[in-house]
Unconditional design. Structure first.
Length: 338
């Protein structure tokens, strides 16, 4: 995307002065990448103007005290501009659903279940650490900017819901990996951090790489047991419903069932991403290109945003249950429409 700037430095000192003053005035800011580009442009312009003659400065010839007053008067404008940028990022995050709303799927069982550990800490106002563990769709491949990855969208949603809480969501996604590679870094990147909750997205690359499902099941079961032993709540995330996955229907269905069985056996939650995304397309009539990028595999900004929204809603509901005294045991999973 190209961004146009309304002015540039000219040869004359008066025009240079006008450019500097214009920079200090509040701006309307385009979202995400535009913010970075404009900030770099502003820094370059300001730096260049500082090396010019005093004649181009608005406080030229003034006593030092008056120059200081002028600088102090300019600071609120700069602070206001920074605040505008923060607000614009928040707006751009919510505006993504204006074209296509994110609805909760109907008829898709919610097997996320209760999240007693993270919910109790959020309800009590204690610091919370959530780790998103997985491959490229956790890392955020296909998103247009870091704030649109699902871990960052989830963090933003939870912080809006609990503004006084200290919430950290760590992204431990690495493209191309599946259970064999993830198990090698499970200890150092997940367990050693002693998280309150782990969201483990696994299985897609096992389908694409035709990995042995029996071996995958053993590795995932081992990883689940180790995460549980550390005391964290755990939600597994199954493969995405996208053309590259659904072109292998038997392997895809097998992986969805495999992860479901592990979740039931180990009494952990599972987010049924495959069925949720199928609902988007088949029941909500959303074209696949509206939530999957051109590679036919990874989600786009809207896909990541809706995925994060639905997952965040489950966490918020679990906190609400804790607050009203409905402390569901961790080995009891609830099934209800999402």
């Amino acid at each position: 995307m190209r961004f146009a700037f309304p002015f540039c430095l000219a040869a004359g000192p008066s025009l240079r002065a006008a450019a500097v003053l214009a920079l200090l005035a509040p701006l309307s800011v385009a979202p995400s990448r535009a913010q970075t580009g404009q900030a770099d442009q502003h820094a370059a312009l300001s730096s260049g103007a500082a090396t010019k003659s005093d004649a181009a400065r608005p406080d030229a010839g003034k006593p030092a005290a008056m120059a200081a007053d002028t600088a102090n008067q300019q600071q609120p404008g700069i602070a206001s501009q920074a605040l505008d940028k923060v607000k614009q990022v928040a707006r751009s995050a919510s505006d993504i659903f204006h074209r296509v709303p994110c609805h909760q799927p109907t008829g898709v069982p919610n097997t996320t279940g209760s999240l007693p550990h993270v919910a109790a800490k959020l309800a009590a106002g204690k610091p919370v650490v959530i780790i998103a563990f997985g491959s490229s769709s956790t890392q955020g491949y296909g998103s247009s900017a870091p704030e649109f990855t699902y871990p960052n969208r989830l963090a933003a949603q939870l912080r809006r819901q609990y503004p006084s809480a200290d919430i950290t969501v760590l992204n431990r996604g690495k493209g191309g990996e599946d259970a064999p590679e993830m198990m090698k870094r499970l200890q150092t990147e997940v367990i050693d951090m002693h998280p309150d909750m782990v969201i483990w997205q696994v299985g897609t690359n096992a389908v694409l790489r035709n990995l042995d499902p029996v071996e995958t099941a053993k590795q995932v079961e081992d990883g689940v047991a180790r995460i549980q032993a550390d005391g964290a709540d755990l939600v597994l995330v199954d493969p995405q419903y996208s053309p590259r996955v659904t072109e292998r229907p038997e392997s895809a269905r097998g992986m969805v069932k495999l992860l479901g069985r592990i979740a039931a056996l180990r009494h952990v939650g599972i987010f049924p991403r495959f069925e949720v995304m199928r609902d988007w397309h088949e029941k909500q009539a959303i074209p696949i290109n509206d939530f999957v990028i051109a590679d036919g595999l990874h989600m786009n900004d809207w896909g990541y945003a809706c995925f994060a929204q639905l997952l965040g809603d489950d966490i918020i509901r679990s906190v609400g249950a804790i607050k009203i005294g409905v402390n569901v045991p961790s080995d009891v999973r609830t099934y209800r429409p999402m």
